[in-house]
Ligand binder design. Structure first.
Ligand code: F1P
Length: 288
């Protein structure tokens, strides 16, 4: 499933972006102070959205793993992302937050989250059969990005390039993968690292790009691939090269660059004889 779902991202993003105007009344308005929450992949998309929204001056936006929401903190609205609409921590937080406006972006219209929120946005066309998330998460982020006025057709074109171009040679042989981001792409770097773990059982890490210099670079070797999502800070590629590691950076939109990482995760799974549709110790939705 995951290979097919991954490949449908350009179409899904086009559809998600096309919904933004119609859904404006259900999504956060400029000036609202909001918290955006999720678990796993959905949390990393929340991180990316929070940085985009704050950066565009549309209002204070904090991202939390649903389990780490600071009890007692007040927001104008809580936005929850959840493909399944069943994840325990998100359900718990939404129940607790009654009285605050709650907006959910979900994949399954029949899930419990569909009826408990003030605004329910269903991206059923992007729902997935796979355990490992790809298109739901990126489509949800695309919708939110479009609503901020930050999505263009060029992003979809970049995703098509990301699907069509061969992956950088030699990466499948690396034994450790580090993803770096800046601003909104820090969440995408976290998500790239998670894909490598979930689909390929690969050792992967993620950092804000400049933080990588403050310690984590110590473990870099010739078997490391360091992948920058978005524009690299000046000089960082030289520092990484000096460790012997592979440096990967692309000129694509960071969300499209994430599609390349998803493809790498599948390629490594295949090279290691793993079935990415059956990730170890993982279920499609994590329920306590
Ligand atoms: C959240 C999540 C996924 C992860 C796995 C388990 O699900 O942590 O990110 O890949 O499928 O669940 P959801 O709340 O978005 O359904």
């Amino acid at each position: 499933h995951v290979a097919r779902e991954l490949a449908s991202q350009p179409d899904c993003w086009r559809r998600a972006a096309g919904m933004a105007d119609r859904l404006a009344g259900q999504l956060p308005a400029a000036g609202e102070r909001i918290a955006v929450v999720g678990c796993g992949t959905s949390y990393f998309m929340a991180q990316a959205y929070a940085a985009l929204r704050e950066g565009s001056g549309q209002g204070e936006t904090d991202a939390f793993a649903a389990s780490e929401f600071p009890v007692g903190r007040r927001y104008d609205r809580i936005v929850a992302l959840s493909r399944s609409g069943t994840t325990t921590e998100v359900l718990g937080l939404l129940t607790q937050a009654e009285g605050t406006r709650r907006t959910v972006i979900i994949g399954d219209p029949d899930s419990p989250m569909a009826t408990m929120a003030d605004d329910t946005v269903v991206l059923d066309f992007a729902d997935e059969q796979s355990v490992v998330q790809t298109r739901f998460a990126t489509s949800a982020l695309t919708l939110l990005r479009a609503q901020l006025g930050l999505h263009t057709d060029a992003v979809v074109e970049d995703a098509q390039v990301a699907l069509a171009e061969p992956l950088p040679a030699g990466l499948v042989e690396c034994t450790q993968f580090t993803f770096l981001g800046r601003g909104w792409s820090v969440g995408l770097a976290n998500e790239g690292a998670l894909k490598m773990r979930e689909a390929a059982l690969a050792w992967s890490e993620a950092y804000p790009a400049m933080e990588y210099r403050h310690g984590p670079i110590s473990i870099s070797t010739r078997s490391t691939a360091t992948w920058m999502l978005g524009d690299a800070p000046a000089g960082l590629s030289d520092e990484v090269h000096a460790t012997g590691a592979r440096w990967v950076a692309g000129g694509l939109d960071p969300l499209a660059e994430l599609v390349r990482v998803q493809r790498l995760a599948l390629a490594i799974a295949q090279a290691r004889g793993l079935d990415p549709d059956r990730p170890r110790h993982l279920t499609r939705s994590v329920i306590l």
